[in-house]
Ligand binder design. Structure first.
Ligand SMILES: *[C@@H]1O[C@H](CO)[C@@H](O)[C@H](O)[C@H]1NC(C)=O
Ligand SMILES: *[C@@H]1O[C@H](CO)[C@@H](O)[C@H](O)[C@H]1NC(C)=O
Ligand SMILES: *[C@@H]1O[C@H](CO)[C@@H](O)[C@H](O)[C@H]1NC(C)=O
Length: 421
């Protein structure tokens, strides 16, 4: 009995991890909590997830209900800690009162989405962020804090996104931009499948969305991306969502006094994915053996990514991101095969197979056949950027692919070794 309880506990803790979670946090709303946010007040809250994640998830938010006073208005907000069971969010208000920020939060354990934080940027300006996942070339911004000293009119824009970085711009309207003293936001980037972006809306009055079909396995996300505010009344914006089994519709605007012209987007964010990011598979390989009169005039191992101008002959560790337009990917590997040695080579052939996962070769070296060439061709299910780590030594070559799927993993796709017979 005791053993089976232990077993059940083990089973529970080991296998029932959550992969995604979402909720509405009301701790920064004066009507729901003790929150008198002005003149230096600050508050920190810990938000529990509904279960335990296996890895620390990424957390991103939008403010679903806003009530901010006129200038001077300044609040900071940041997510300070994320663990597998909770995250910590902190805010503070310097001058006039922030009545409420209702926070709709989302937590996701998946590397096909990447969250880049830019909390509380004083002296707002354009900014470039580096991105880990080279295939994460789509994204949006969501405002998390602000400081204004008068009328403001600005929009956050995604100026460019490359396999390594994203540059976020901010419109700078003369006479108004100087009133924007601080802005905080998150940039959420992801693979193509991650987002269905229905576009930027720029209402100047009461806004009511179209009736939108619900997208399976996706969250509806309404990021605020800009404001045109005259500083006459409070900024009051709330999103009210009305859902049926198959549709969602929302209104976005004030409940009292004047509307604040704003820019916000409508985005369906995936929390489950169908495209799995798998390693390159070798679908064809040719080998050759020949005699070189003098082995000491060639590098021990030569590696080339064909037509990419990428040739490696010196020992070292290198990184290479293969453009997604390169498909299939051709490689050339030439290895010296000194007398008394043999060459062992493996090329990843089939990710989903349990046997015959790779093409494997062993060639014994002798002086008439002292130079071995491998000419593999690689492909994959769909176009994507491929991040390769190349580890070249005098008697070995390893090509490791870094994969940003639900988890980040590394997989060897090529291994060539010169070993003793
Ligand atoms: C091989 O080449 C090296 C370097 O050019 C040279 O020093 C050596 O004498 C050559 N050996 C033979 C057998 O030709
Ligand atoms: C990838 O290749 C395409 C087509 O050659 C090119 O237009 C694009 O700029 C390349 N992308 C990067 C990030 O180099
Ligand atoms: C990587 O990007 C390409 C091109 O946008 C896309 O076709 C592919 O589905 C992406 N990979 C994943 C894992 O979503």
């Amino acid at each position: 009995m005791f053993q089976s309880i232990l077993f059940l506990m083990f089973f529970h803790f080991s296998y029932e991890y959550i992969k995604y979670d979402t909720g509405l946090f009301l701790g920064f709303d004066y009507e729901s909590a003790s929150f008198n946010c002005q003149n230096g007040f600050s508050k920190t809250s810990v938000i529990q997830f509904s279960g335990t994640f296996e890895n620390i998830p990424q957390v991103f938010i939008y403010i679903e209900k806003i009530d901010w006073s006129q200038a001077q208005l300044e609040f900071s907000l940041s997510i300070t800690t994320i663990t597998t069971i909770s995250f910590t969010i902190t805010t503070s208000c310097a001058n006039n009162r922030i009545y409420r920020n209702q926070i709709r939060w989302f937590a996701l354990d998946d590397r096909r989405i990447e969250v880049l934080n830019n909390f509380n940027m004083v002296n707002p300006d354009d900014k470039t962020f580096s991105i880990q996942n080279p295939n994460a070339s789509y994204g949006f911004m969501t405002i998390t804090s602000i400081h204004y000293a008068g009328p403001i009119d600005f929009t956050l824009t995604m100026n460019s996104i490359t396999p390594n970085s994203a540059t976020i711009g901010i419109t700078k309207i003369a006479g108004k931009f100087s009133n924007l003293k601080q802005i905080g936001y998150q940039v959420v980037v992801g693979v193509e499948e991650a987002f269905i972006n229905l576009g930027l809306k720029s209402p100047t009055g009461a806004f009511s969305s179209d009736i939108l079909p619900i997208q399976q396995n996706r969250w509806f996300f309404i990021p605020l991306q800009g404001l045109n505010y005259n500083n006459n009344n409070n900024i009051r914006i709330r999103a009210i969502l009305t859902t049926t089994q198959s549709t969602i519709q929302y209104t976005y605007g004030t409940w009292d006094q004047s509307e604040t012209p704003n820019r916000h987007s409508q985005i369906w964010v995936a929390y489950q994915f169908t495209n799995s990011y798998k390693a390159l598979e070798c679908f064809s390989i040719r080998t050759s053996r020949k005699h070189l009169p003098n082995l000491s005039i060639v590098p021990p191992i030569y590696f080339e990514l064909v037509s990419l101008n990428a040739i490696y002959t010196s020992s070292g560790n290198y990184n290479y991101i293969v453009n997604k337009s390169i498909m299939p990917l051709y490689m050339i590997i030439q290895s010296t095969c000194p007398n008394g040695k043999k060459i062992q080579a493996d090329f990843n052939k089939c990710n989903s197979c349990s046997v015959q996962k790779s093409y494997s070769f062993t060639f014994n070296c002798f002086s008439q056949m002292n130079y071995i060439g491998f000419f593999p061709k690689f492909k994959q299910a769909f176009q994507q950027y491929n991040q390769l780590k190349i580890n070249l030594q005098s008697s070995s070559l390893e090509i490791i692919q870094v994969l940003y799927d639900q988890k980040i993993t590394e997989q060897i796709i090529v291994k060539v070794q010169i070993v003793d017979q």
